[in-house]
Design a protein around this ligand. Structure first.
Ligand code: HEC
Length: 167
């Protein structure tokens, strides 16, 4: 009986020992998690703020430069397109074939006498005849000189050039 009593005591203190050990282990795990958690949070905060700084550093200038440049380039291109209608070069590409030598009855550019009566009609009539085409006594002036890709403005610029060279 006494041996079983001491056995029970031994088992009891063994249990207490195990329970204390378990409690201590859980406590240590808890502490460890607590510590690790705060460190991770701090590291994460650090990384986040670094990432934010990196983002603003790299993205802002790229966005500003590309938008501003695109706008400036387009403005320049539009300006060049409106400014650069050059009557002389339109004349050379679309009108010179007939009007330089006076082919098929075309009034020759530089022939002051040949142009005097035509110029006397007024610029609007010359523009209309050049843009829409015109059948005269000397021959047929094809609409836009046969080059329908030309804008009205380009044809008018070419007429201005031809008139200026023929006065
Ligand atoms: C295929 C030949 C040909 C081409 C190309 C040509 N012309 Fe003519 N053009 C003529 C002929 C022919 C006349 C004269 C018609 C007439 O008076 O009988 C004429 C006349 C004109 C006149 C005088 C119109 C008037 O009322 O007296 C103008 C201005 C003119 N052309 C402008 C142009 C312009 C600008 C171009 C180029 C965009 C051009 N021509 C290209 C053949 C051509």
């Amino acid at each position: 009986m006494s041996s079983s009593m001491s056995d029970q005591k031994l088992i009891k203190s063994f249990y207490i020992f195990i329970v204390l050990g378990v409690v201590l282990t859980l406590f240590l795990i808890f502490l460890g998690n607590l510590n690790a958690g705060t460190i991770n949070d701090r590291q994460r905060d650090g990384r986040n703020s670094m990432a934010e700084t990196a983002n603003t550093d790299t993205l802002e200038p790229v966005g500003q430069i590309s938008v501003a440049d695109a706008g400036a380039d387009q403005a320049e291109i539009i300006q060049v397109a409106t400014v650069s209608i050059d009557g002389a070069s339109v004349y050379q590409s679309a009108c010179m074939a007939c009007h330089a030598a006076g082919i098929a009855g075309a009034p020759r550019v530089g022939d002051v006498a040949g142009w005097a009566d035509r110029i006397a009609q007024g610029a609007d009539t010359l523009y209309a005849h050049a843009i829409q085409g015109f059948q005269g006594k000397a021959g047929v002036m094809p609409a836009k000189g046969g080059n329908m890709a030309l804008s009205d403005d380009e044809v008018e610029a070419a007429v201005d050039h031809m008139v200026a060279e023929s006065q």
